[in-house]
Design a protein around this ligand. Structure first.
Ligand SMILES: Nc1nc2c(ncn2[C@@H]2O[C@H](COP(=O)(O)OP(=O)(O)OP(=O)(O)O)[C@@H](O)[C@H]2O)c(=O)[nH]1
Ligand SMILES: [Zn+2]
Ligand SMILES: [Zn+2]
Ligand SMILES: [Zn+2]
Length: 267
């Protein structure tokens, strides 16, 4: 996961530089220790401790957000993907279709600029931009701070577009109902295997830009099998934000999730 650490660079490391190679393949795997990652100058126990501290604080804020959402019957979705898969385009198309029927709000996460929030605001739906600066993901604390400005209504739908990054947002619970991962066909069918955490953490995968399939050697079935290998329960819809293909199934999925959130609303 993504560890934000400012120290320990001076610590001597006690391991030798002999690496063992499982399966007989010659590659270096830095994810086989207790922490699942390597940071030069930090031992595995320290990394685990820093991660636990960061994540447990985040989880506290996420629990507060989740309770706020469930009391008000708000379906909060955390949209995650690599940069450019089409998160904002899917939102622009969806909001235009849904805005007369459903109360909607959007939180836009990017390192810099208000471009995505500006695009969303043009649809007539209110969006609030959160810039993370050097940060590579939204955290639950940032989400809690948007509530005053957004005034999210009861029985409504809140889209949270995370920072384009297929790795770090997987580890940070925002208090959402679920994560929706967007993968576009121009990224290659192997992404669920290479970045498994995000696909394991998501309930739904939108395979986007399917209008481009005739121009590519992208094997849809193979990609779906890879995603199910990582997460056997993941639901998968094929969409195109530009042609509109598959978008009706996405809207039906949204409405079904909204109904269950409203039915389960804490009173
Ligand atoms: N052909 C095609 N292009 C698409 C589709 N969806 C998005 N795009 C294009 O892909 C590019 C990136 O789209 P965005 O919606 O900005 O992607 P994003 O995931 O919001 O990007 P970041 O917020 O920067 O991570 C734009 O040029 C879109 O027009 C699609 O379904 N088909
Ligand atoms: Zn990160
Ligand atoms: Zn975007
Ligand atoms: Zn914070």
């Amino acid at each position: 996961m993504c560890t934000v650490c400012g120290c320990n660079e001076t610590e001597e490391h006690g391991h030798s530089h002999d690496h063992t190679h499982k399966n007989g393949h010659h590659h270096h795997h830095y994810g086989e220790g207790e922490a699942g990652l390597h940071i030069a100058g930090m031992d595995q126990k320290n990394i685990v401790q820093v991660e636990m501290d960061i994540l447990s604080k985040n989880n506290g804020y996420a629990a507060e957000n989740r309770s706020f959402f469930s009391k008000k019957g708000i379906l909060a979705l955390n949209l995650v993907s690599s940069p450019g898969s089409g998160k904002t385009s899917i939102l622009e198309t969806s909001l235009t279709v849904l805005k007369d029927k459903i109360s909607l709000k959007v939180i836009e996460g990017d390192q810099q600029t208000t471009q995505d929030a500006d695009r969303i605001n043009k649809t007539g739906v209110q969006a609030l931009q959160v810039n993370t600066g050097k940060g590579c993901h939204l955290d639950a604390h940032m989400i809690g701070h948007t509530f005053d400005a957004l005034n999210i209504e009861e029985d409504s739908l809140l889209f949270i577009e995370n920072v384009g990054n297929l790795v770090c947002p997987a580890a940070f619970d925002l208090g959402e109902y679920c994560k929706v991962v967007i993968l576009s066909v121009t990224e290659g069918e192997d992404k669920p295997l290479k970045y498994p955490d995000m696909f394991a953490a998501s309930d739904l995968m939108l395979l986007n830009k399917v209008d481009l399939l005739p121009h590519l050697n992208f094997d849809v079935e193979k990609c779906i099998n890879f995603a199910r290998q990582v997460n056997p329960k993941i639901q998968i819809l094929q969409t195109s934000a530009t042609s509109g293909e598959g978008m009706d199934k996405w809207y039906s999925w949204l409405k079904a999730q909204m109904s269950s959130v409203i039915a389960l609303k804490d009173n």
